[in-house]
Ligand binder design. Sequence first.
Ligand SMILES: [Zn+2]
Length: 581
Amino acid sequence: MSSLPTSPPAAKRQRLEDSSVAGAAPSSPSTFTQQVNGHTNGDSSAPAVTSAPTLPVASSSAVVQPDSSDDEEEEEQIKHEEEDDGTHRDMYLDTISRQNLDFDFERLCSKSLSNINVYACLVCGKYFQGRGRGSWAYRHAVGENHRVWLNLSTEKFYVLPEGYLVSDPSLNDIINVLNPRYTTKDLIKLSKNQQSSSYTLNNQIYRPGYIGINNIKKNDYLNVVLQLLLHIPPIRNFFLDPNTPELKEDKKPTELVLRLSTLTKRLWNSKLFKSQISPHEFLQEVNKRSQGKFKMTEQGDPVEFLSWLINTLHRDLGGTKKSNSSIIYKTFQGKVQIQTQQVIIHKEYSRPVFDIGRDMQTISSPFLFLALDLPATPLFTDVNEKKIIPQVPLSTILAKFDGKTTQEFGPTLKRHHLTMLPPYLILHIKRFTKNNFVSERNPTIVNFPLKGVDVSEYVDPKPTDPMHTQYDLLSNVTLDTTKASTETSGTGPGITAKKKKANDSSEENALTWKIHVRAGQHNASNNNTVRKQDDDQDVKENQGEKWIELQDLRVENVTPEIVFLGETVIQVWERRDLSNA
Ligand SMILES: [Zn+2]
């Protein structure tokens, strides 16, 4: 396991402080079992013990014969356990090293690569298969004297090589990291932003949900999308809620759905050992399902990934073409009306215009996000001949949807009008254009307010409730260009394709992604509410609006002004009626 044990393995939580036993664990397993449990692998009549499982063979195949003998063995063990229950606390429990545990990796035996019957060694954190005599876990237990094990699917604890079951309330915190569970009460707290701060094993304070996601190699473009998606309340709750029908076993959720659900539960976990998670397990499945399109090892486009992910989730969750047929459509789907007309050049106009008198084609098209175009970059320079970075208000690029603005697409003219607004509006600001295999970036800064963007001008028919046309910013994905060369940024004359090509590799390496996420509700404009909150410090702290910048493992509180500064590429806007709910 590549993640970092920062403290010595002996470090433990305070409630386990009674242990001075850790170093004094008996070295002879047989002596120990005789003394404490009175049963060893050999003394019971369980048939499983005599028919020792065949040794798993190390191979690259993920499919190895199931170690069926374990199941039979288990029943026998449980009987013993029931007799023993409560009479002692197993002394090996003090050898557990929580610092080494995170369960973020794919559940494969580190030797056989099988995903069947996988146990985690609770001393070093590694995964091994089986627990019967001769299995990989058994051999590791004997070889390393690592005695306490957790079956990753049954959530049962064992001492190996003896193979007896242990249960102890002090182990619950490990289950809470392996498989965090949420109650309806927890979800209400989350929705109301009433969750309190949490502490890691090292007593570090963290806010559940606002923690770093590990960058395995070049997956920052994937991490920002995960942060974006898992901070959208209905999506978050869908994956956390134990009552979500689509996640029940009988619905046979796909591996992608299951792993995303696990990741969501870990991100929002208030009982983490470390205030960070690794997306490894989920991203392996992404790589597989996307047939290698989205890798952890190669920088990619977060917009393409977001589009792929939400469309794949929609289908995996049984979604159809109908609106509201999945949580994805319920959350993001809106409708746009597109009118198309053939271009005719009028003598009296210099540019082609829409002519209501002529034939036009009208279609209504559902969307999950809206793409916005940036104006071409003018080549202004200041007195020092430095390029001036152009700026454009969000309302200008949204005007594409006012039903009047026309755009030319080859021989046709199009105009757009929104006809249905989604609860959560995703905007994609198109910054990259691809010409001759060279990707060019438009560095225009988009100016936007953090709250109260009114889209009533772009929607027809207008919703009767004015709250239904107001949106507040929830998250904002930007390109981190601090390391990128400004020389090569921008389109327009003067920046030739050749020049860019020469610098391309260095620039590509320097481009990284980050996201700003709003924590808490925006402060109501009503002053009374604010003053009331002042009286109660806790309420104010929990409900006030905060902006948090997340870039892989880095988590930082930032002032709202910071959110405007970057080159925005994706934004999520929350409809006002929902943020007040
Ligand atoms: Zn170990």
